[in-house]
Design a protein around this ligand. Sequence first.
Ligand SMILES: *Cc1c(COP(=O)(O)O)cnc(C)c1O
Length: 457
Amino acid sequence: MNEKHIPTRLSLSEDETPKFWYNVRADMKAQHEPFLHPGTLKPCTPADLEPVFCKELVKQELDFSTRLIKIPDGLLDFYRATRPSPLIRARFLEKALNTPAEIYYKHEGNNTSGSHKLNSAAAQAYYAKAEGLTSLTTETGAGQWGTALSMACAFFGLDLTVYMVKVSSIQKPYRKAVIETFGAKLVPSPSDTTDVGRSILKNDPDTGGSLGCAISEAIETSVKTDKCRYVLGSVLDHVLLHQSLIGQECKAAFEKYGIKPDIIIGCAGGGSNLGGLISPFIGDKINGKSNTRFIAVEPASCPSLTRGRFAYDFGDTGKTTPLLKMYTLGNGFIPSANHAGGLRYHGMSPIISKLYDDGYIEARAEIQTEVFKAATAFAKVEGILPAPESSHAIKAAIDEAVKCRETGEKKTILFGLTGTGYFDMSAYMSYNDGTMSDKIPTDEDLERGFASLPKIG
Ligand SMILES: *Cc1c(COP(=O)(O)O)cnc(C)c1O
């Protein structure tokens, strides 16, 4: 197709938007190892998971074979109001970089919660309500997941308690305010409201908390509360399933306009946006129908794919979750302060871990000053203030586009712009005034994390 006919915003009509989620496991040649019950070390059954998670989500979690899963009508109505998210050709960035590459980004920050997390939050709240539950618990690190879920719970009529990593709740008072405005209860973690919180505080009264610790508190509360379940915003297979909307919308729009991506890039914290963005395309790669490259970008301060071990580990510091085989830095690894709070997680989605281990995905780690340099360059020309997390993908997209300038190749690059950075202004301030630092864990730091891995077999 002649380039002139491709608009800057690739639109989709309501009829063209996806009505099904895509389950990449149905196309994977080899599956990730099963979740193990931490007590018996046997694969988890639905009965093991249902005390903690909603029934329908457990079913999706354990479904390795249904390729397309129908989005229920009540939920589709919600998606129609907030989606499709914009898919934009970064013409100004291309021009600024003087690159022959075509760059596209999928902008998931275009809803009030400000990130892609709303896609799974809405699905999980929908199923919880349909099952007759009255409340949910969760954790939030940087605050995006808590914001998205509070919005979804307000919409579907559920009570919500959010355990927010203590340092984040102090650094981001406006996140807290949004969460509370949507009617959720916010508890800085570790707290004295749970056994695990109290025991962590006893050992380390001044701790700023961690995502793993907040997860333990949220699970404990859900198990002890009637008609309450715990929900998680990343890592698990059902979350990647919900996020497949992102990639499916891109694929539908690209097919409509005759565009074939050569490189698809996403930032990787727990792996949900990356998984959702690439899975519909990776199905084609697995089946030999495309040769697209997939790149995961993580922070150098929390390098689970590039420096972690592929091992069974707990999802949380309190060692309460099932064991997941994944790339991990160890559940006891506490990453140094980094402004990309959403990427500070010790582990990685088992699906992404498996695809990476099997060679379908590349990974790289970036230091935060370089990431903010890319964020600023992007903001100036494209007029969007990106989240620090998303800016990891921007950094890699710029690097690939610059390579094209050097080689003269006209590659098509797609990256996930997972969110906006309006609540991250202290990070931008520290970048702008030159006080931002880069902390990279030493090998000894990593060894301390690996020492917390459970000994399996
Ligand atoms: C949470 C978050 C991420 C990282 O989470 P994934 O599960 O790896 O996608 C990235 N970007 C934004 C804006 C987020 O809120």
